[in-house]
Design a protein around this ligand. Structure first.
Ligand SMILES: [Zn+2]
Length: 70
């Protein structure tokens, strides 16, 4: 399968993560959004690490509003 059929690692950008060719992917506001179909469906931000980067990095979910509970 071609590299473009996979979500590229969000850390190194050089290795494949999961197969994403079955989704509608759009770049909006600097993020890749899956299954984006505005205005009804705003899409989903998806982040993934390749196996090598997962050995030294992790993905964190943090609030966008200062002072919001973690
Ligand atoms: Zn990586």
């Amino acid at each position: 399968m071609a590299f473009c059929d996979y979500h590229a690692c969000d850390n190194c950008g050089e290795r494949k993560t999961f197969y994403d060719a079955d989704h509608n992917i759009t770049c909006a506001d600097g993020d890749w959004l899956y299954d984006y179909n505005a205005p009804t469906y705003p899409g989903y931000r998806v982040y993934a690490l390749c196996h090598e980067c997962a050995k030294t990095h992790r993905i964190a979910i943090l609030p966008t509003t200062p002072g919001a509970p973690l």
